[in-house]
Design a protein around this ligand. Structure first.
Ligand code: MN
Length: 503
């Protein structure tokens, strides 16, 4: 599931016109090449940026947009208006373009050359108004690109372009994603339900259900040799509890879990699935609720949702693709609170299934009873999480549309040991405060399941939501309940009037 750096190809297309003569256009082309190469070589942009043509006619613009659509290696397009490019020329092309695009509002020179500036210089370097002409037509056509403003040497601008390329990576991952569900939804739970037809139409991912017996068959095919290999990997990577070691009394439980891990992976690989769900209510034929195996598969890049939660499974896979190489991403659940007035905290965990990509230090591998499910004791990795900035994201199905909600949080060190809580967990402070964050989250219908990430940023998720045309709500340090309520009301009206969110 790992992806190499610079795995996407982004086209860099420059707009101009013929008014200025051939020499100017040659300079524009040379500048475009220089800017594209700077983006390509920037370590803030994890994508390959290739310089495309300078386009100066409606036909050339429409052609480059059609080429972008049909070239499977092209993940997205960056447009730059080096000079003025009359935007009626862009109408057909922009209406045709199906790939995500970014409007880079930059210019070749960083500073005004005070001593030498003349009208020739002004005519060559006029993106200040060329970009506005382009902005009018994207707005007029309701094609809303991501806009990045700043000089191409500025690390803030490069970082934003990098976030966009990661959002593009997320979109690419979404469109090719298949989610396998082992068992259905946890009985009576509402928020994990949803319209799979609408999801496929909006996001482009597929969600398919399997009886758990189909999985059990594959699990049982996993050989003793494979189990041996997986168990030795456990011994290298984790602190293994004495009872699970080679001479320990519960070694067989560890081997059973290694077999489950191998079986789930093989099942997913066989049919091209990169995300999956389980449910503790449907485990017939499995010895225990998959715990360690789910943690391991998540850490290898698979998306996961518990209790049949396919929307969160898909979101975790997408967040893992977006944030690859940048910290960790895990399935998460707001579990319980620390309501000390001097510092509210949320304890995030799940019964078992938290990804070790967010772990602080070496996880320990333990076995303990699970209070629900009625199966054998499950093996699990136990750890606390890395402190630092993070976020929680969710997507809910409101019936008429999908809504993404993001809450920026700060993960903190555990104030005390938790000797009787042998599960992986995170403690965080919610921004701006727990009362405001939880009020807004609840008003918005946010799920108790989320994707927790220390690598994915709010910008990436917002850009991704805009590419898909889904609603995006942010709860951050500046949020107030009063303003948030208005945003909910206004969005309700906007989605009622428009058709953006519907299928
Ligand atoms: Mn849950």
């Amino acid at each position: 599931m790992k992806r190499s750096d610079k795995s996407e190809t982004i086209w860099f297309v420059t707009g101009s016109q013929h008014l200025y003569g051939e020499e100017t256009l040659r300079t524009v082309a040379a500048d475009a090449k220089r800017v594209a190469e700077a983006l390509d070589s920037s370590n803030l942009i994890p994508a390959e940026v290739t310089v495309g043509p300078v386009v100066t006619t409606p036909e050339a613009i429409t052609n480059v947009c059609r080429d972008a659509n049909s070239d499977r290696s092209c993940a997205g397009v960056i447009f730059w208006m080096h000079t003025f490019s009359p935007a009626k020329m862009w109408i057909q092309g922009l209406l045709t373009l199906e790939k995500p695009f970014l409007h880079f509002h930059t210019q070749s020179n960083r500073d005004i050359p005070w001593d030498s500036i003349d009208m020739d210089f002004m005519n060559l370097n006029q993106s200040a108004h060329g970009g506005r002409e382009f902005g009018f037509i994207t707005s007029r056509l309701q094609r809303r690109p991501t806009i990045v403003v700043g000089h191409w040497s500025d690390s803030r601008a490069l970082r934003e372009i990098g976030e966009w390329t990661r959002a593009v990576r997320g979109l690419t991952a979404t469109r090719s994603l298949k989610v396998a569900r082992f068992g259905d939804n946890m009985r009576q739970v509402a928020v994990t339900e949803g319209d799979k037809v609408a999801a496929q139409a909006r996001f482009g991912y597929q969600v398919n259900g399997y009886g758990v017996g189909d999985l059990v068959e594959v699990v049982n095919e996993v050989s003793e040799t494979e189990v041996d290999a997986t168990v030795s990997e456990y011994e290298e990577m984790y602190e293994v509890a004495a009872e699970l070691r080679a001479d320990g009394p519960r070694r067989e439980s560890l081997r059973a879990e290694a077999r489950t891990e191998g079986g789930i992976r093989r099942f997913l690989e066989n049919d091209g699935y990169s995300a999956f769900t389980t449910t503790f209510e449907d485990l017939h034929g499995l010895p225990q609720l998959p715990g360690l195996s789910v943690q391991r598969l998540m850490s290898q890049g698979y998306g996961f949702g518990a209790e049949g939660d396919w929307k969160t499974a898909a979101l975790i896979r997408v967040m893992k693709a977006m944030g690859d190489g940048l910290g960790g991403t895990s399935f998460m659940e707001d579990y319980t609170y620390h309501m000390d007035p001097s510092g509210n905290l949320v304890l995030g965990a799940h019964m078992l299934e938290v990804c070790p990509s967010i772990a602080l230090g070496k996880p320990t591998l333990e076995i303990h009873p699970l209070s629900i499910g009625g199966k054998a004791d499950p093996v699990r990795l136990v750890f606390g999480a890395q402190p630092g900035p993070a976020l929680n994201a969710t997507i809910v199905d409101l019936g008429s549309r999908f809504r993404m909600i993001v809450n920026e949080v700060h993960a903190v060190s555990q104030p005390a040991d938790l000797p009787r809580l042998p599960v992986a967990r995170v403690l965080w402070e919610a921004h701006p405060t727990l009362p405001v964050a939880a009020t807004c989250w609840i008003l918005a219908g946010g799920a108790h399941h989320t994707g927790f990430s220390t690598g994915v940023t709010t910008n990436m998720l917002e850009m991704y939501a805009e590419m898909l045309g889904i609603e995006f709500l942010l709860i951050d340090a500046t949020t107030t309940v009063r303003a948030f309520k208005k945003e909910l009301r206004w969005n309700e009206a906007a989605y009622h009037v428009g058709s953006a969110g519907r299928f």
